[in-house]
Design a binder for this molecule. Sequence first.
Ligand SMILES: [Zn+2]
Length: 101
Amino acid sequence: MLSYDEEEGILWLHPVFAAITKQVPDGKQSIIVTIDDCDCEDCDQDRGPVDMVSTLLIHLPTDAGIAIQRLSAKEARALGNVLVDYANDLLDFNEALDDER
Ligand SMILES: [Zn+2]
């Protein structure tokens, strides 16, 4: 079930799945977002009882390894909508500042 709080430009998303970290020796420093639709043995094991093609994975590089957060489609949509809204607010705000200069 989707669980989040939002107030004054801050979103607290409470995902169903816990984040994990993995050590990736040659990991690139890229944020990766993907639909979990891989049927290889490793992905099957990571997914456990979760249905394939039912969640998204966000890979976030950190100094402690790659943080991997699994999100339901509704969680991902809530996060994505907020990212777009906040980014548009920032762009609008900065454009208004530029117009004043
Ligand atoms: Zn895989």
